[in-house]
Design a protein around this ligand. Structure first.
Ligand code: PBG
Length: 332
């Protein structure tokens, strides 16, 4: 049969794995991953998390083991979340020198000085009511919370955090932290700002792990309304102007358009948070064998590639270890 005359035959470049490899536009590397870890008091604790298979609540000794694996795989950074011993109305373990995140940070930086330690800075894990700041008349008091944010940022920097990551969505957070860190002479401690964080259903598993679900109401009074994209750019530009070193969009999968717009709008690195519910969806579907993929982690790589393709420079993901292992096996 005579060939149909076509100007373009894109299939030519899909024919061989070598051709696909050399024309691939987006590549994943473990060097862009940040591994979130949940740290708690005690010793030899490695408690599995039902809704997040492969994730654990870890005591500091176990955290150090996990960090060795993470570093060995070429993942440069961890993000620490607290499971405190005691909660109170203000969330005072957040800034206590003996607070679990401060203890974990000191231990990590002592054993792995080159590991980038990022500390989540919020109060919902630490407060009895589960909201992200101090309450006044049943709502989170923005400016009173800023004072506690400043204290906590300095406590985390003192413990050795390389980047503090405020996730409470209080107005003026970045400006407040930068001023407090500079005043305390921590000029080299950076800020990874949860700039566009949406009031999302995809935080469900995380809240089970961290015991941080609000006891009443929800977070829609401070986290962003999911339909809004222009507002995300306003938040992101504000945080950059206030001194954020890296800005984040969270969640990732349902907000790829926001990631792409953020990439165009500012020149600082863009981080995307592939959150707990996104992880749980993939794990649940894999368990039910509802996805195409005899081999595990292909879904994770496709998801991470999409986030990268949208414009994220860095990805916080619970898939970090398995994805890094798979990339290593693939020789990437
Ligand atoms: C704390 C915080 C949350 C997450 C990160 N920091 C939960 C929330 O806002 O309720 C969610 C992370 C995840 O789902 O993986 N404010």
């Amino acid at each position: 049969m005579k060939p149909v005359p076509l100007k373009s035959r894109p299939r030519r470049l899909r024919r061989l794995s070598g051709l696909r490899d050399m024309t691939r536009e987006t590549r994943l590397s473990p060097s862009q991953f940040i591994a979130p870890l949940f740290v708690m008091h005690g010793a030899r604790v490695r408690r599995p998390i039902a809704s997040m298979p492969g994730q654990f609540q870890l005591s500091v000794d176990e955290l150090l083991r996990e960090a060795a694996i993470i570093q060995g795989l070429g993942i440069p950074a961890v993000l620490l979340f607290a499971i405190p011993k005691r909660k109170d109305a203000a969330g005072s373990e957040a800034w206590a020198p003996g607070g679990i995140v401060q203890q974990a940070t000191r231990a990590l930086k002592k054993k792995f000085p080159g590991l980038v330690v990022i500390t989540d800075l919020c109060f919902c894990e630490y407060t009895t009511h589960g909201h992200c700041g101090v309450l006044k008349g049943g709502v989170v008091d923005n400016d009173a919370t800023l004072r506690l944010i400043a204290r906590t940022a300095v406590a985390q920097a003192k413990a050795g955090a390389d980047l503090v990551a405020p996730s409470g969505m209080m107005d003026g957070t970045v400006k407040t932290i930068r001023a407090a860190l500079d005043r305390a002479r921590f000029i080299d401690t950076g800020i990874l700002a949860y700039a566009a964080k949406y009031a999302s259903v995809f935080y469900g598993p995380f809240r089970d792990v961290a015991g941080s679900a609000p006891r009443f109401g929800d977070r829609r009074g401070y986290q962003m309304d999911p339909p809004n994209a222009r507002e995300a750019l306003r938040e992101i530009k504000t945080d950059v102007a206030e001194g954020a070193d890296i800005v984040m969009v969270k969640p990732a999968l349902a907000y790829l358009d926001v990631i792409a717009a953020a990439r165009k709008a500012v020149d600082v690195p863009i981080c995307a948070y592939n959150v707990s519910g996104e992880y749980a969806m993939v794990k649940a579907a894999e368990k039910l064998a509802w996805l195409d993929g005899a081999s595990e982690s292909r879904a994770a790589l496709e998801v991470l590639t999409a986030i990268k393709r949208a414009g994220a420079d860095l990805i916080i993901t619970y898939h970090a270890i398995e994805a890094a292992r798979r990339l290593r096996r693939a020789g990437a």
